[in-house]
Every structure is written in C-alpha cells, then in structure tokens.
Write a protein of this length. Sequence first.
Length: 222
Amino acid sequence: MPKGACRGSDWHTHGVAPFPCHRAGIFVSLANARPSLEGPFTHREVAMPTPRKVAMLAEIQDLMARSSIAISADYRGLTVAQITELRRALRASGAEVKVVKNTLAAMAAKAAGRENMAEIVTGPTALTVGFGDPIAPVKAFTEHIRARRLAVVIHGGWMEGKVLTAAEVESLATMPPKEQLLADVIGKLQSPLYNFAGLLQASIRNFAGLIESRASQLEGAA
C-alpha cells in the first residue's frame, strides 16, 4: 500500500491508487477514489467526526453552558500531578478544570450560545469553570497557584457574559464572597429603613402625647 494511503481504502479492495487521508480540526476526512465507466476518477470527501472528539465537544459545551465564571490559563508549566492537585483544590469551590484546544473551545462556546467565551482560549489552555458564586472559584484558583508557587500565566476570564482581562480576574480574587456582598448591601439598605421607622414611631408617640395633653387641657377648662 502506498505511503499516505488510507487503510481499508480502494487500494486494499480493488487495487486502485487512492487519494491520501486528510486530517483537519476535529474531523477525519476520508478521500476515496473509484474508477468511473465514463472517464477519469471522481473524488469525494466525507467529513466524519470521531466519537472521542464528539464526546469531548459535548462535555465542554455543557460546562460552558452552565458556568458563571471561567478562567483561562497556560498550563504548560505544570506537571500532570500539579494539574491533578489543582483540580482537587478547586473541587471545594464547585469548580472544574478542563484542558481544552482552541478549535474545540470555539465550537463548544458557539453551541452553548456564549461565543465570546472562546476569546479567552489562547494556545494550550487549562479552563477553570465555576458554577453559582463566581468569586469563590477565582479566590481558590489564585490562592492555590500562589501557595504552591506554580508557573501559571492567566490569559483572561469570562463572567456572566463579559470577557475579563488577566488583571480583572486577579482583582476578583480580592473581593469578598457573593453571599457577604449581598449581606453588606442588604445591611446598608436596611439601616436607613430602620432609622426612618424609629423616627416615625417617635413622631407617632409625640403626636399621641400632644393629643393627650390637649385633651387634658380641654377637660380642665370644662
């Protein structure tokens, strides 16, 4: 069989010189040549996604569709053991770490309806995806890489529809958790209401006192 020919092609079955196999993106394209009774060979390509790549695409799409936060980082400075340890460290915050390729990430982001998420995937990327509170995964991620002194470069991030720079991702790590932020906001909103309620009750008591005093004066005059 000639070099570059596809195994199981017409060269095996009919002895016909085949076209070479082509690989592009996540698809394996088979080019088959068959003899034509009317003249020269015809050439047809059929794009066939491999089952493994289809499963990977579906998994990344699902993660992106459910995510509230995503952090993109270059993982080339990490060993397999260090990536495994990072995954375990982020599990408590409900985040997952997935190594992705640009082509798969772009296709998954489009299928998930979040095309701009693909903008943060540049080169070899470990994508940290969080669900629910967007602050907790960022804090867990940055604290772990600092504590272990890992050689990790943050490309950027994505939070609830907005693409973030690396600096914006790092600034999120300094913010308090979402629950605490909500509690602070509610506390600040409630404080004026309590003050107003106190003033209103005092005014009612004062008004009642005035009415009672006036009634006493009228009774004395009578």
